[in-house]
Design a protein around this ligand. Structure first.
Ligand code: ZN
Length: 352
């Protein structure tokens, strides 16, 4: 039995942290933990890893960085939050019955629970630290490019993300994610680093974290012409009662077996996502503007097809992820005028 959820705080992180696998963090730390690493510049970078227990790239990258700095101070202080160590012990996104650790941060729409209280207490603690920047590292299960997500159209936020990738995604839903909460405190980004644990991704994130720690200040603007910015406008789910698969058996919604090849591709109207012989729409769409699935998809000749041009992200071939999270997000390019406005505005707009 694990103890009741509380935030563990390590002013002096255990030395073993640099060498243990993610599966051993629960026994080493005892629960979700905030760890302090002093650096030459005091204003800290806040880094969170393992909000999803099987998304190991951020933690592995940080371990490698810390090992290189074992005998010298970091360029800048670092506050590290290691999130769902219980799920990491089993190498799963979250345990059965657990809430999603990246949906429970302040502004969440989930009901009050131990996890929402833990994140609220953590953010209050961070608010007193005058953070330099916030970075939350994730992996995804499908074929995706590396990209950063921001929650404000603000030059510094875009600059922080553009250091990682010229591809970036702006979103304000779902609520309760780390970077949306942290955006009230400092420039904040969520990094999506492809599949977990791959050497190339670990090395890339290690370099990114080191680059950010070396910055004396965050640029007010991203380098011109190096931004491909998309906006997430809706989330697509398969309702619990709807069968689906990739096996071509024709049971329920029979999705393309290489569906994740469509990630970050502009899909013209009429692109098929799979075969479906039923009468009513097999997917539901969460759209903050209230549009329903028929606004984006239609059933035509036994196929589920797009009704308008769109770009999907987070498409995966992992049925468990589709059940626990969603089928995909729908993105549209952000209009050039809005990017130009974000570059012009040197102050943050009010939080949405
Ligand atoms: Zn994640």
């Amino acid at each position: 039995m694990s103890e009741p959820l509380r935030l563990h705080h390590y002013e002096t992180p255990p030395a073993e942290l640099l060498d243990v696998p993610p599966t051993a963090l629960r026994d080493l730390l005892g629960g979700p933990s905030l760890l302090e690493f002093p650096g030459r510049r005091q204003q800290p970078v806040f880094l969170s890893v393992l909000l999803h227990g099987n998304e190991t790239t951020g933690f592995l990258a940080l371990q490698r960085l810390l090992r290189r700095y074992r005998d010298r101070p970091l360029p800048r202080s670092l506050l590290l939050f290691i999130g769902n160590v219980d799920a990491a012990a089993f190498d799963v996104r979250r345990l059965e019955g657990q809430v999603d650790f990246n949906r429970v941060w302040p502004k969440t729409e989930l009901p009050d629970c131990p996890e929402t209280r833990l994140m609220a207490a953590l953010v209050e603690r961070l608010r007193r630290r005058e953070l330099f920047a916030s970075i939350d590292v994730h992996n995804n299960t499908g074929r995706n490019p590396y990209y950063g997500c921001i929650n404000r159209l603000d030059g510094r936020y875009m600059a922080l993300a553009s250091l990682f990738s010229r591809t970036m995604v702006y979103f304000t839903r779902p609520r309760g994610v780390q970077s949306l909460a942290m955006a009230d405190l400092c420039p904040a980004v969520t990094l999506e680093c492809g599949k977990p644990g791959l050497e190339a991704g670990v090395a890339y994130v290690e370099q990114y974290i080191e680059d950010v720690l070396h910055l004396s200040e965050l640029p007010e603007l991203p380098p011109r012409d190096q931004v491909d910015l998309f906006e997430t406008v809706a989330r697509v789910r398969i309702p619990p009662h709807q069968d689906f698969g990739f096996d071509g058996s024709g049971q329920g919604l029979d999705l393309l077996e290489d569906l994740d090849r469509l990630n970050f591709q502009v899909l013209p109207k009429g692109t098929a996502l799979g075969r479906f012989s039923g009468e009513s729409m097999p997917v539901v769409v969460d759209d903050p503007d209230g549009a329903d699935a028929e606004a984006y998809f239609q059933l035509r000749d036994g196929e589920l097809v797009t009704r308008r041009p769109m770009m999907p992200s987070m498409l995966t071939l992992d049925g468990t992820v589709i059940r626990q999270d969603c089928l995909c997000y729908i993105m549209l390019p952000v209009a050039a005028e809005r990017i130009a406005d974000a570059r012009r505005s040197k102050v943050s707009p009010d939080p949405v």
